[in-house]
Ligand binder design. Structure first.
Ligand code: TRP
Length: 449
């Protein structure tokens, strides 16, 4: 297939930055802490880690294998490997899920933007917990600014995707991601040394297994997929840009490790502070926007750190949202043969509308519910807890049962240049064929009961 976009990543570091950039985002710093908070703490984290190793890593290999073999967007890759089959549903799910995720992701991206501006005002950090909490709800429930900020965030992502990802955002990510890491580390240290943070540490590390229900298991599974950008063709799409010699194992391990490290660190930065300031850990999506400003207030140069933090969080969110956009845009350009500009424009309009609905569902549309959920919750819940696991299930089943075994081996060994012991290959195939699909099915079915 000849294709303008098939230029690919230049170096291993480039691939890593792109994949880790996609993985590390609001999922780690915003979603993980509040999911831990609403799903019972340590038991949730243990399940989460278990799913990352047992399920997410095999799915990540699988997506890379499909993408690098198929050399196209998610739909196109499957079409090449299994023409005219039901497997093409993977490609369809990828576009639908991408729209669904972006429709709440860019709203939270908008909140982040707003908080960059807020952090410049000296009054921001002198506020106490309850005024921070009402500040957040007043803002997020209003009808105008959050929608504007959402469109602004989406617009910036769209511009980057039109301009091409490689030279701009990746170059900056290489510098900003490590800086973000150190900032979150600093916050974690401050949060852990706050008086009364001990209860938070206990909440994070002392598991109460009676808290594990079908729903928490599904939430942990969904969060693992969400955080690692799995189950909707994102890594298939990025995989199609990966050099044939690259070691797919190594990239997968390193990205998963970096992403999980970020999530745990974010948990350490947020949860002990939640307890120290007497906030409820089950506060939900507003959690980081209320607790972190209080931690900033406890730091020297808090205001500068606050601005830097929200700015870098914005960058982390952008490197993720562009990967979501890229899934849709790669589909529209390669399958529908639209121009890149038109593809981005139409995606912007569609997500702009859905995202505005989910933003408004925090306020004036909060009474409009579907299956008992507001638009925001519906997009969030359905994508992470249903679409991503189903997508992941299809992906591993495809690689395990439909792809030629020799092609899978060829990809895993990068055309025979990497040695892989036959027994190890057998073990991987066993996990991909049986273990992962059965485990995902069990969690899905169990949560429905
Ligand atoms: N992983 C990103 C985060 O944690 C979000 C994201 C980017 C994503 N691409 C994805 C989630 C693909 C699911 C699927 O913020």
């Amino acid at each position: 297939m000849t294709n303008v976009k098939r230029d690919g990543f230049g170096s291993r570091f480039g691939v890593l930055v792109a994949v880790a950039g996609s993985a590390v985002g609001l999922g780690n710093l915003w979603r993980f802490p509040y999911m831990v908070g609403t799903n019972g703490g340590a038991a949730f984290i243990i399940l989460y880690l278990f799913f990352v190793v047992l399920l997410c890593l095999p799915i990540m290999f699988s997506e890379f294998i499909i993408g690098r073999r198929g050399e196209a967007n998610a739909f196109g890759s499957i079409k090449k490997l299994a023409p005219k089959s039901g497997w093409l549903s993977i490609g369809v799910i990828s576009v639908v899920t991408s729209v669904a995720i972006l429709s709440f992701y860019s709203v939270v991206g908008g909140w982040t933007l707003e908080y960059i501006f807020k952090s410049f005002s000296p009054a921001f950090l002198s506020s106490d917990g309850s005024s921070l909490s009402s500040q957040f709800s007043n803002f997020s429930q209003s009808s105008f600014m959050p929608v504007v900020m959402h469109l602004l965030f989406l617009g910036i992502s769209a511009l980057i995707v039109v301009a091409g990802v490689k030279k701009g955002i990746e170059r900056y990510s290489k510098i900003l991601m490590p800086v973000l890491f150190f900032l979150v580390l600093l916050l974690a240290i401050r949060s852990l040394t706050l008086e009364g943070s001990g209860a938070g540490v206990e909440f994070l590390f002392k598991p109460d297994f009676s808290k594990i229900t079908g729903q928490t298991a599904l939430a942990a599974l969904g969060q693992a997929f969400f955080s690692l950008s799995l189950g909707m063709g994102c890594i298939i799409t990025y995989g199609s840009y990966v050099n044939k010699k690259e070691n797919l194992f190594k990239i997968s391990f390193m990205s998963a490790f970096a992403d999980t490290g970020f999530a745990i660190l974010a948990g350490l930065a947020v949860v002990p502070a939640v307890f120290a300031f007497g906030i409820s850990p089950s506060e939900g999506p507003s959690l980081v926007f209320i607790t972190l400003p209080q931690v900033f207030a406890q730091l020297p140069f808090g205001q500068i750190i606050a601005s830097a933090f929200f700015f870098i969080l914005l960058i982390a969110a952008l490197t993720s949202s562009i990967s979501l956009l890229e899934v849709i845009v790669a589909f529209c350009t390669e399958e529908l043969k639209w121009s890149r500009l038109n593809s981005v424009l139409i995606t912007f309009i569609v997500v702009g509308v859905f995202g505005s609905l989910s933003s408004l569902s925090q306020g004036i549309l909060s009474h409009v519910t579907l299956f008992g959920k507001t638009f925001f919750d519906l997009f969030d819940y359905t994508s992470s807890n249903i679409l991503l696991p189903v997508g992941g299930l299809l992906v591993v089943t495809f690689v395990g049962w439909r792809m030629e075994r020799s092609n899978v081996l060829d990809e895993l060994t990068s055309g025979g240049t990497i040695s892989l012991k036959p027994i190890l290959f057998k073990a991987i195939m066993f996990i991909i064929k049986y273990l992962s699909p059965i485990a995902i099915l069990l969690v899905l079915v169990h949560s429905l009961l």
